[in-house]
Design a protein around this ligand. Structure first.
Ligand SMILES: Cc1ncc(COP(=O)(O)O)c(C=O)c1O
Length: 490
């Protein structure tokens, strides 16, 4: 059996204690069930790259305490007669365990110790913005549905304000989880039970939650270039990052190793930063790879609400039938990042553990915004709002691409079919992207080289030939003025 343990050599605990503790915890929380075989001491020590005697001593201790039993030469098993009341009651009632993917929770390491490889600076604080700012993925404040939001909020406060003083379900308000499950069924081809949905503080919080569910011991395969917010987080938990190249059809599935299992992080709807949409055949290849290598996929479906050409492709989590894909959704683009509302959908057999982990992280999200959003979706206002936004943003996209063509000739753009930004691969005779960014800034125009635009790449000398331009927060006449200024800069 595949037993995933995370050992931390810098922890104050001996390796033997860590092995003992982690296996004990897996047994107590019901993930290792009575009668299940454990790997041999040789197998486990090889896999963990520690001395065999360390595992033997940890097994001896588990045996002495009655957690496991040794059946002579046939192997070591979880004790078949563990008293029921030994198990953690909260988890006992909920966990149905998974034999093939055992995912213990783990200790977080200090992020500060792990940040050395990347420069800081995800996101942008609203200070000193240039006059025309193509900052990526910023929703236009004037599009926020303030009137309906206020009405629903007042209604909620007058009818259910007692929820303000009670703890809610850590996984989120049930009405909102139901509404989101319905939304995903309609728009993303996903068949999701509300119990699989956990409401989070934006998708970044969802990613933190998933990191706690998974195990940093396994490598993280990640798009190259990729979203900084994800790369930094994975790095902060000490995960090994394995970059996989991206082309115009998204992550190149054939480049995934066939002989390693791990966690794959992808942004299939609108790859960040290139904007590529992952083609269907690649989606299927990724799922096949995950199945064959016993891996899991984290699907960050940010920007999926904005597809301008053709129908949106079914989410990986929809194609997968809820087995190996952890799905991240966000309302940061469709409503506003300041709401800090997002959600994650976990495979059914992780739902109970995810709820427990979310309670450990934050005891859930504030009630009022969840309640308002639930009604906003169920009353059909969210779908209407999205239709309106798509029209507005599509017009801005058209304006931007036309202006770029007009001023710079045929430009090499990716990502214009969907999402809220495009990536512009500069011609070979253009100055470096960071230099254009600097010059444009002096003229009041914010355009961004990959690194300052929230992207990260793993090349030895980072790529400096691409600009990212988010158009969602700029009205058309601003886009026209800005691109004209940019031409003067160049
Ligand atoms: C790739 C990607 N995922 C997710 C998000 C949204 O993050 P959050 O929901 O935490 O605001 C962003 C924001 O820019 C993003 O670029």
């Amino acid at each position: 059996m595949d037993l995933w343990l995370l050992l931390d050599k810098s922890s104050g605990l001996t390796l033997q204690t860590q092995v003992f503790e982690q296996i004990r915890r897996l047994i107590l929380c019901g993930r290792l069930k009575p009668g299940m075989p454990l790997p041999s001491t040789r197998e486990l020590s090889d896999r963990l790259k520690i001395a065999r005697n360390t595992v033997t001593l940890a097994y001896d201790r588990l045996n002495d305490e009655g957690f496991i039993e040794v059946h002579g030469r046939s192997g070591t098993y979880v004790s078949s007669d563990l008293p029921d009341d030994l198990l953690d009651p909260e988890v006992r009632s909920s966990s149905n365990g998974t034999d093939d993917i055992a995912l213990p929770q783990k200790e977080m390491r200090s992020p500060l110790l792990c940040y050395s490889g990347f420069a800081p600076g995800v996101g942008q604080i609203d200070q000193g913005r240039p006059e025309f700012d193509f900052w990526v993925g910023r929703s236009d404040p004037s599009t926020f549905p303030l009137r309906s939001w206020r009405q629903i909020m007042l209604r909620k406060l007058s009818t259910s304000s007692s929820s303000l003083t009670e703890y809610g379900d850590p996984a989120g308000l049930s009405e909102l989880r139901v509404a989101i499950a319905g939304l995903l069924g309609r728009s993303r081809g996903m068949s999701v039970a509300p119990a699989q949905v956990v409401i989070t503080n934006g998708s970044q919080d969802g990613l933190n939650l998933i990191c706690r569910l998974l195990n940093a011991e396994h490598p993280v395969f990640i798009e190259n270039p990729c979203y900084q917010g994800a790369a930094y987080l994975f790095q902060s938990i000490g995960a090994e990052l394995c970059p996989i190249p991206v082309d115009k059809n998204g992550i190149v599935a054939e480049k995934l190793p066939k002989d390693r299992s791990g966690v794959l992080f992808v942004t299939p709807s609108h790859q960040y930063p290139t904007g590529a949409t992952l083609s269907l055949d690649r989606r299927i290849s990724l799922l096949r790879w995950a199945e064959e290598t016993n891996s899991v996929i984290i699907e960050d479906d940010y920007d999926s609400d904005f597809r301008y050409e053709g129908r949106p492709l079914t989410a990986l989590a929809g194609l997968d039938g809820g087995k190996r894909v952890f799905y991240l959704g966000s309302f940061s683009k469709s409503l506003g990042a300041g709401l800090r509302l997002g959600f994650t959908v976990v495979p059914e057999d992780h739902a109970d553990l995810a709820r427990i982990v979310k309670s450990q992280m934050s005891q859930g999200q504030p009630w009022l915004d969840q309640a308002v959003l639930a009604d906003f979706i169920e009353d059909g206002l969210y779908d209407r709002h999205l239709r309106r936004l798509r029209k507005t943003y599509m017009a801005r996209r058209d304006c931007l691409t036309e202006c770029l063509d007009y001023h710079f000739g045929a430009v090499d753009l990716t990502g214009s079919d969907s999402g809220l930004h495009v990536a512009w691969r500069l011609p070979s005779d253009a100055p470096p992207a960071s230099e254009i960014e600097r010059r444009a800034r002096q003229k009041g125009v914010g355009v961004y080289a990959l690194h300052s635009g929230g992207a990260h790449d793993f090349y030895e000398s980072p790529r400096n030939d691409t600009l990212v331009l988010g158009y969602s927060s700029l009205p058309q006449h601003d886009i026209e003025c800005a691109i004209e200024r940019l031409r003067k800069v160049l």
